[in-house]
Design a protein around this ligand. Structure first.
Ligand SMILES: [Zn+2]
Length: 275
């Protein structure tokens, strides 16, 4: 038996629009993805369920239930969007079941420890968003950033409604600043379109962009730390940790290289295979 090395460029994973996938590195290998830009995965030992949540989802799900109760969504022809835990965040089939549990949806599914990608330091197989709409971390872990918002009592969409008794004061201040700058920016765009290039408008636009960036980065950084990455602005992604995570998915991986190319395609992976 001889061994040899071959070099492979991994293809960019597709963006998830929901559906069920088998992910061998997880303890319950069947994963139900939420809808596009959703938040919560469910996991099962079988392709058709029964479906379970990871225990780490319980607090963000509980906060989402309370947010939807205090700030009910507008009418929607899609009834799953009106579920107490809605299909913006959970898979459609799960939201449909929640519609039958309006007063205590949390008890409708079992929670089990260490089921999710985060608790196992695994990268989801699919991508959260297209590269036009997010950096490499967002593409890989955007669902878990949404869970971070909810863990701190903030709804990641549409207007960052929050639970005052749970959301920390500094995050509430970020949200209030974002709302003020966003409101002023939109008003100026509507009322003063011929003068959009003037200095005053540019100052307003920069203040809005800064507030939006700071708010988002707060939650991205929580999630980056959970997955073992450095915070935004503190340096490059830890290649050692990327290697560790990827090795769990690709057992024959022996090294990788990030030089020479750009973004996802920069990662050149070296495998060993026995023939
Ligand atoms: Zn978990």
């Amino acid at each position: 038996m001889t061994s040899r090395r071959k070099e492979t460029i991994l293809e960019i994973p597709p963006v998830s629009l929901g559906g069920v996938l088998k992910e061998e590195a997880l303890p319950m290998k069947w994963v139900k993805y939420p809808n596009h830009y959703g938040t919560f995965f469910t996991f099962s030992e079988n392709e058709t369920g029964p479906w379970h949540f990871c225990t780490c989802s319980e607090t963000p799900l509980t906060n989402l239930f309370e947010l939807n109760r205090r700030f009910p969504p507008h009418d929607n022809v899609n009834k799953n969007r009106l579920a107490p835990l809605d299909s913006l965040h959970v898979p459609d089939e799960i939201a449909e079941i929640y519609l039958k549990h309006p007063s205590d949806p949390i008890s409708a599914f079992e929670f089990h420890d260490k089921l999710c990608h985060r608790c196992n330091l695994i990268t989801p197989t699919m991508r959260y968003c297209h590269e036009m709409y997010g950096g490499r971390f967002d593409q890989s872990f955007g669902w878990y950033t949404n869970q971070s918002y909810l863990r701190y009592g903030v709804n990641p969409r549409p207007w960052y409604e929050f639970l005052e008794e749970i959301c920390p004061d500094n995050i509430q201040a970020f949200i209030k600043e974002f709302r003020v700058t966003h409101g002023a920016y939109i008003l100026e765009m509507q009322n003063n379109s011929p003068a959009l290039a003037n200095d005053e408008f540019n100052i307003l636009r920069k203040a809005y962009n800064k507030a939006a960036r700071e708010l988002k980065n707060t939650f991205v950084n929580f999630t980056r730390e959970e997955f073992g990455f450095r915070k935004v602005g503190e340096g490059w992604v830890s290649e050692t940790i990327v290697f560790k995570i990827t090795k769990q998915l690709h057992h024959h991986l022996i090294s990788f290289d990030t030089t020479g190319l750009n973004g996802w395609k920069a990662w050149s992976w070296t495998y060993t295979s026995r023939i």
